[in-house]
Write a new protein. Structure first.
Lengths: 576, 163
């Protein structure tokens, strides 16, 4: 009944791992063809695969785990998806109803343990509820502000000897749940008036634009207005990164020009972004001259950190559509409403900041860097070799920031990383989820030797299913971001951030799984190795590039703690 | 500032734990909490009191509204409202104390609901402030046991919290 409901929901892949309490479900999977089950090596990876699948496609990812340890291993993946508002349904086996509460073998209170990190959860009391609960779960996961939903399924409710009438509901209505579907027209009008008064505007767009399928309309509106735009870590790709109006990412490791523009702006249009602490730095000192228009589907995100002058609750797509229509109407009636001269001057000022301290995107053309390879150059090389067309997933740390800074995403859903929770071990399994969704696409995971080892067992899953993802390992022999903070704030005392020569030989390790490993230690070999990894010859192979990068590199710019957005360290010696 | 928040939620297993969990998770404080089914058995009505500035209360009501099982959230303290709390107090009552306790109970329009040779159990209803005042008047030394229901409340006038 459960599997039939998933079929009717249009699920094509389930990522999971069997166990006692889930065996009835696994038997049902065996006896059908429509839903394909992918056997992972660890439940955490199953949730990240479902998550990667969801981020790349916009459709909910599905994971299936057993009770007890299966369920607890899934919690990190739930929290990851929750923080980034990713639609996902996790089905967990549970001990039979009569045994619940008896400390039975592999019993854990999954609904309780996952409660703070799910959008909602269900416990099946009786088999007859399954179709309705599945329908509700998918509806909740995908509507409003999306998020993960847990369905806990006691084993007796999937007993194949018990038969019930099956009817899958077409729609589902809940009197207590009705997410906003449009923005308030009065608020949109107010926002438009404020937009028209702006002299130094910035559009600040986040993951909500991507989740809300509003990238195209946002791009159209931004270009129509000629306003500079910056993206959050989660929003990268929602506006074409190669467009001249794009300022790059903002925040702790954002570009100089993006953070300077934010700080000096007089109007911020925030769309699907939540003023995360990694963006605002000290909220008390945040953008002193700016009035804020905040569009978000989640009312609780508005005025949570930074008070909004004009709050608009609603999904980005309909709100921006209405807003652009009204803007056109107003500006066509009176073109002088938009102060184009001031905006031109503002863009010049920003171009000046960029010229002064912008990121250097030409590292590959600068020839030899001596023996040490700069990690930024590796990302630039990856960008050139893949033509900017790849799906890039990342783990968490310095490599994540380098990827975000130096790979230019021109399309939404191409940049996949754990932004909110910052989950190491996310990169490889999420890349696998993307590859299942788009088997013909180029999918690369930018990682580090620390993160990759948190889910490296999935190389075996890649072998089983023939998944040719590419892994770019920026190997600096240390937990780079931890080490960077220790360098900056703890007098260079590298407490537990190095491995003391205990790292594996990654090339031999991946070869033992049946994959291709290439080690790169010289800058001169970098481009050749990268081209080899993405060559037609190795198209159907998982290639693991183990690249020795400069272990002393830091990520810059970096926000100065407790400062405003314009307070940044620009290098080891410079500050804004 | 002290606020009284009324919540209408689905009368389902686990719904209450989500409300309570939200407060723990986001570091909000619950001073009192009462909950029971309404005239419609599929609905529970919950009243809770909490302390916070406007911004915090706004966040609390927004997050409560986000919970799937929550149907309505109203901050009763935003308008005219009635709040009542019920308290049972077991008081030492021997000798001259017996008359004194009875007199104090009368002043507070409380009722003695159980009597033994050495103790009275007094039932007091009213605002939380009145209940505090009764405890103060009786004097802590003679109090054996106190149980309070927590605040229940609703808006004055025509306003109702319903589906």
């Amino acid at each position: 009944m459960l599997i039939r409901a998933l079929q009717d929901e249009g699920v094509d892949y389930i990522f999971g791992y069997p166990g006692g309490a889930a065996l009835h479900i696994y038997d049902a999977i065996f006896r059908q063809q429509r839903v394909q089950h992918i056997l992972v090596r660890h439940e955490q990876a199953a949730t990240h695969m479902a998550d990667g699948y969801a981020r790349a496609t916009g459709r909910p990812g599905v994971a299936l785990v057993t009770s007890g340890p299966g369920a607890t291993n899934a919690v990190t993946g739930l929290a990851t998806a929750f923080m980034d508002s990713i639609p996902m349904v996790v089905i967990s086996g549970q001990v039979p109803n009569p045994l619940i509460g008896t400390d039975a073998f592999q019993e854990t209170d999954m609904v309780g343990i996952s409660r703070p990190v799910v959008k909602h959860s269900f416990m099946i009391k009786h088999a007859s509820e399954i179709p309705t609960v599945v329908k509700k779960a998918f509806f909740i996961a995908t509507s409003g502000r999306p998020g993960p939903v847990v369905i806990d399924v006691p084993k007796d409710t999937t007993d194949p000897s018990q038969l019930f009438d099956y009817h899958y509901p077409e729609t589902v209505k809940m009197r207590s749940y009705s997410p906003a579907t449009r923005g308030h027209s009065g608020q949109i009008r107010k926002a438009v008036e404020l937009l028209l008064t702006a002299k130094r505007p910035v559009i600040y767009a986040g993951g909500g634009v991507i989740q809300g399928e509003a990238s195209a309309i946002l791009t159209e509106m931004t270009r129509y207005l000629g306003f500079p735009i910056t993206n959050t870590l989660m929003g990268l790709g929602c506006y074409p990164a190669t467009d001249p109006l794009f300022l790059g990412m903002l925040g702790m490791h954002g570009t100089y020009e993006a953070n300077m523009a934010m700080h000096h702006s007089d109007m911020i249009l925030a769309v699907g972004a939540r003023f995360d602490d990694r963006v605002t730095n000290d909220p008390e000192k945040f953008c002193p001259g700016a009035k804020v228009i905040h569009i978000d589907v989640d009312p609780a995100s508005i005025s949570k950190i930074i008070p909004a002058e004009v709050p608009i609750v609603g999904p980005a797509l309909p709100v921006l559509t209405d807003m652009l229509a009204l803007l056109r109407e107003r500006i066509e009636a009176d073109p002088a409403l938009l102060d184009r001269a001031a905006h031109g001057h503002w863009r010049e000022q920003i171009a000046g900041w960029r010229a002064q301290h912008g990121l250097d995107h030409g590292l590959m053309g600068q020839g030899s860097h001596g023996v040490k390879i700069r990690p930024q150059a590796v990302v630039q090389c990856l960008y050139q070799v893949t033509g900017g067309e790849a799906f890039i997933t990342s783990d968490v740390g310095q490599h994540q920031m380098f990827a975000a800074q130096y790979y230019h995403f021109d399309q939404p859903r191409r940049w996949i990383n754990s932004g909110g929770l910052g989950t190491m071990g996310f990169g490889l399994p999420s890349a696998m989820g993307v590859k299942f969704a788009y088997p013909d696409a180029v999918v690369a995971c930018v990682t580090g030797e620390g993160s990759i080892q948190m889910n490296i067992q999935e190389l075996s899953t890649c072998t089983q299913y023939g998944l040719p993802v590419k892994v770019i390992n920026l190997n600096n022999q240390a937990l780079g971001m931890v080490k960077q903070w220790q360098d900056m704030q703890y007098g260079g005392r590298h407490s537990s951030s190095t491995y003391q020569d205990s790292l594996p030989d990654f090339v031999r390790l991946v070869e033992s799984y049946g994959h291709v490993g290439i080690r790169v230690t010289e800058f001169a070999d970098l481009e050749g190795a990268m081209r080899e990894a993405f060559s037609a010859r190795l198209r159907d192979r998982l290639v693991f590039l183990d690249i020795s990068v400069d272990p002393d590199e830091h990520v810059y710019p970096m926000a100065i703690k407790g400062g405003s957005m314009c307070d940044m360290l620009l290098s080891r010696t410079e500050q804004s | 500032m002290r606020r009284i928040i009324a919540v209408l939620l689905e009368n389902e297993a686990g719904a209450l734990s989500r409300v309570v969990g939200l407060f723990a998770q986001r570091n909000y404080n619950i001073e009192t909490l009462t909950v029971a089914p309404t005239e419609d058995p599929t609905l529970s009505r919950l009243t809770l009191t909490t302390i916070g500035d406007d911004r915090k209360i706004e966040q609390i009501t927004k997050h409560l509204n986000k919970l799937i099982e929550v149907i309505k959230v109203v901050d009763l303290t935003e308008g005219e409202h009635i709040e009542r709390e019920l308290m049972l107090v077991k008081v030492k009552a021997v000798g001259a104390q017996r008359a004194e306790v009875k007199r104090t109970a009368d002043i507070f329009r409380a009722q003695v609901v159980d009597v033994t040779g050495s103790a009275y159990t007094v039932q007091v209803t009213g605002t939380s402030g009145k209940l505090d005042a009764f405890i103060h008047a009786i004097g802590e030394l003679s109090i054996l046991e106190v149980v309070r229901s927590g605040v229940s409340g609703l808006s004055r006038g025509e306003k109702v919290v319903s589906l």
